[in-house]
Design a protein around this ligand. Structure first.
Ligand code: CA2
Length: 147
């Protein structure tokens, strides 16, 4: 089974600024953790981070041709704005889990709407970096059960 883990804009700044909201784990640390969690769940993984909406759309489309089984994604600010990312997820129909480090439901009003949620099988918010582990484990179990 093959997963693509996508992180959106500014996630590469994790651990550098705003540790009160996003913690002290750096993006490099996160990449190591993601690889370990995928290995533990018995899935191959590819990591992708971009600050560009179109690059994320392109990567989701590529995942369709690469026969990726699942996507775990923190779309970051594009969560709240991107119909293009929503459409790419719908077009490819790759099972997707949406993850947010912070609890977006308790933050500014503009963070409380997610386009990506309309295509995601599950949305995990406010569990910090551990939310990615939950997403990977949940999606791996779900897809194994589906056969
Ligand atoms: O809680 C999350 O994971 C978010 O997806 C993070 C996004 C934010 O726009 C979403 O509303 C919620 C922000 C990504 C990281 O931004 C940073 C900003 C300053 C310092 C470090 C990271």
């Amino acid at each position: 089974m093959k997963f693509l883990i996508i992180n959106g804009p500014n996630i590469n700044f994790l651990g550098i600024r705003e540790p009160g909201i996003y913690g002290r784990t750096t993006y490099a640390d996160l990449c190591g953790l993601l690889q370990g969690w995928c290995a533990d769940a018995g899935v191959e993984c590819e990591l992708f981070q971009s600050n560009h909406e179109g690059a994320i759309v392109d990567r989701i489309q590529q995942a369709y041709f690469d026969k990726v089984d699942g996507i775990v994604m923190n779309p970051a600010a594009y969560t709240h704005t991107s119909v293009a990312i929503l459409d790419a997820l719908k077009a490819t129909a790759i099972p997707t889990v949406e993850v947010h480090i912070s609890d977006v439901s308790k933050r500014e009003a503009f963070r409380q709407h997610s386009y990506v949620s309309l295509a995601a099988r599950r949305t995990i918010v406010g569990h910090g970096i551990d939310g990615y582990r939950e997403g990977i484990e949940w999606l791996a179990a779900e897809l194994k059960q589906a056969g």
